[in-house]
Design a protein around this ligand. Structure first.
Ligand code: PCA
Length: 214
């Protein structure tokens, strides 16, 4: 039997940018085999309304064993596995369809937050060991990345063994303003490969964080 794949998503460019390194990560890893599992890479629209149905379609179609969603966090210097997705859309800028939700829940009536079910500390350790800057992030923001992260964890709430979460990446050298931190595309692709490997060897995908959140 074919083993369930790893799904890696990225986002199309947004906010006036012409590139999004997370889209290139998804494209580069699509079709690769990592630790015996095939990788499906897909690029999501940076649109509140259509990103989550598209994600749901990918989950239905591929029934992945692991889901790593990625996105760009301009200004960050490190690869940052996110710890928590919050039930809030509060957009600083319009999305690619011109929508700018303010103070709205991602899922009406949903829990306030979901923990990541990726081994976030193990991923950070594995990346640092390979010389790639990495740190756990305590917030994925309140834009489309957090929206997709929350919708992902909500969709998988009844499949607690499934490892899933979100990783933000820095901007590319040619993309950020002078003096801002950046990372090369090749390093980012390597970083997500390492994150996949670290996730596959980790214990079943429950949250590393205690407490009573979902
Ligand atoms: N970054 C944005 C949305 C898409 C992306 O790549 C964010 O952090 O919300």
């Amino acid at each position: 039997m074919k083993s369930a794949p790893v799904l890696v998503t990225g986002f199309e460019p947004f906010g006036g940018d012409v590139v999004n390194p997370s889209a290139e990560i998804a494209r580069a890893l699509d079709g690769r085999v990592i630790a015996g599992r095939s990788v499906i890479g897909a690029v999501l629209p940076c649109v509140f309304q259509t990103s989550t149905p598209e994600l749901a379609r990918l989950l239905r179609r591929h029934c992945p064993a692991v889901v790593i969603a990625t996105g760009l966090a301009g200004g960050r210097a490190e690869i940052t596995p996110e710890r928590v997705a919050i039930n809030l859309d509060d957009a600083r800028i319009p999305d690619n369809a011109g929508a700018q939700p303010i103070d709205l829940p991602v899922v009406r009536g949903g829990p306030a937050a979901y923990w990541s079910r990726l081994p976030i500390k193990a991923i950070v350790a594995a990346l640092r060991e390979r010389g790639i800057p990495a740190a756990v992030s305590q917030t994925a923001g309140t834009f489309v990345c957090n929206h997709v992260f929350y919708a992902l964890m909500h969709a998988l709430r009844r499949q607690p063994g499934l490892k899933a979460g979100f990783i933000h990446v820095p901007g590319l050298p040619g993309q950020v303003r002078r003096g801002q931190p950046s990372l090369s595309q090749a390093k980012m692709i390597e970083a997500i490969e390492i994150a996949i490997e670290a996730t596959l060897v980790a214990r079943v995908g429950r949250s590393e964080t205690g407490g009573t959140l979902a």
